[in-house]
Design a protein around this ligand. Structure first.
Ligand code: PEP
Ligand code: CO
Length: 448
């Protein structure tokens, strides 16, 4: 069947809301179709070129951000701190790995959530599950949980203003390497972690002074004062993605202009289903989440469907098996895939296979997260695969959602600042600590 931006409607689809007012839905989509694209195809091509470097083992991918962005927590401080955290982590990784770090935020569009159950029950009341602010409301009430198409417009504008600030930070001075000391978020609880970061900042400052003496300055070398942070989200809500899919006037190619990179979740990656079909027709770099039940053949078939020309930088396979399953499930998959000559960026999402419950809270243990990352690197290296990146749920705020790590969050302290509307995120300290641990692994992988 030939691809058009709405041909996904001919395929079975999972995890979609049912809107009660079809007329209103169509009005919203007509309006969205007329609104400007959020990203420019040229930026998307630049990202693809950078991911190609990852596929060629010359760079490393750092992808991270909220599990679900929310309308209520939208504001400059959250965006700024997420940006600073990404820069801090990237600098730690660059220094150790000696290679460029491709930074992709789960931000400016990460609103729609797949759910394991269609309904949620509380005190005998049963209501439709929360599916992300782009679809329905988080409050446990009948009104809030009704899917409302107008939320797509709000998500669009929130994404636009978030992107505006990200671009301003990236090019307007905040990313200047001379500011490296000031990216610190100020709640480093473990002195050791703080001094590790200070030590690194000091080395960078010295290197910059040396370069300045040699005539290389921020004024004549933009790469010292500017960076690029790309955006990504799960392309779950296909009517929204379709409305933002446009023909690039320069190349004549079709791009989903809601974000630079889109991914397909573990629950919606069925081969003959709507999500794979839709994304097969757009030119953006794509990710696909791979859980513990996958076989090597599934990944080969996904690569055939989404990347038939085997272009490096097009496809990112995101492994998320869980610390308890990765050692038994991943080695034979990688063994088989390493023989195929497929150009794939492999990264690890150590979050989604490690979710547990502590009382009423969904949480994740820092040690399990770290353990899965470590095993991913070990397995990759012994099977001849380059461990190309990490995919994390994190925030620049000092929340208490994951247990353990530098800030020593316990099951009892989860309630103090549990702010996520969906999955538990690493707080800024935990994320930075993880970056230092990953940096050592990247160093080894790059030497191998
Ligand atoms: C997510 O990334 O928030 C998510 C739902 O992941 P997965 O599809 O891997 O479960
Ligand atoms: Co999540």
């Amino acid at each position: 069947m030939t691809w058009t931006k709405n041909s996904w409607k001919n395929y079975p689809i999972k995890q979609q809301p049912t809107y009660s007012d079809e007329k209103e839905l169509n009005e919203v989509l007509t309006r969205l179709e007329k609104l400007p694209p959020l990203v420019f195809a040229g930026e998307v091509r630049n990202l693809k070129a950078k991911l190609e470097k990852v596929a060629l083992k010359e760079a490393f991918l750092l992808q991270g951000g909220d599990c679900a962005e929310s309308f209520a927590n939208f504001g400059a401080v959250n965006i700024r701190d997420m940006f600073k955290l990404l820069l801090q982590m990237a600098i730690v990784l660059t220094f150790a790995g000696g290679c460029p770090i491709v930074k992709i935020a789960r931000l400016a569009g990460q609103f729609a959530k797949p759910r394991s159950a269609d309904f949620e029950e509380l005190d005998g009341v049963k209501l439709p599950s929360y599916r992300g602010d782009i679809i329905n409301g988080f409050n446990f009430s009948k009104e809030a949980r009704e899917p409302d198409p107008k939320r797509m417009i709000e998500a669009y504008y929130q994404s636009a203003t978030t992107l505006n600030l990200l671009r301003a930070f990236a090019k307007g001075g905040l990313a200047d390497l001379h500011e490296v000391h000031r990216w610190n978020l100020g709640f480093l609880k473990k002195a050791e972690l703080g001094s590790k970061y200070d030590e690194l900042s000091e080395k960078i400052t010295q290197a910059l002074e040396f370069m300045q003496a040699c005539g290389i300055t921020a004024a004549n070398s933009p790469s010292l004062r500017e960076t690029s942070v790309y955006t990504s989200h799960e392309a779950l809500l296909l009517p929204y993605e379709e409305a933002l899919t446009r023909v690039d006037s320069l190349s004549g190619e079709i791009y989903d202009c809601s974000a630079h990179m889109l991914w397909i979740g573990e629950r919606t990656r069925g081969l003959d289903e709507a999500h794979i079909h839709f994304l097969s027709g757009v030119k953006n770099p794509l990710g696909v989440k791979i859980g513990p039940s996958a076989k090597a053949d599934d990944i080969k078939a996904i690569a055939q469907a989404l990347n038939p020309k085997n272009e490096a930088g097009r496809l990112n396979i995101i492994i998320r098996m869980g610390a308890d399953k990765i050692a038994s499930n991943l080695p034979h998959i990688f063994k088989e895939l390493s023989k195929e000559g497929l150009n794939i960026v492999y990264s690890i999402d150590p979050m989604h296979g490690n979710t547990t419950k502590a009382g009423n809270f969904k949480t994740r243990e820092f040690d399990k997260i770290m353990q899965e990352v470590k095993m991913f690197f070990e397995i990759s290296m012994s099977e001849g695969i380059y461990p190309g990146g990490v995919h994390l749920e994190m925030t620049g705020q000092d929340v208490t959602e994951c247990t353990g790590g530098a800030s020593n969050v316990t099951a009892e302290s989860l309630q103090n600042r549990y702010e996520t509307q969906c999955d538990p995120r690493l707080n800024a300290d935990q994320a930075l600590e993880l970056a230092f641990l990953i940096a050592d692994l990247v160093k080894k992988a790059r030497k191998a």
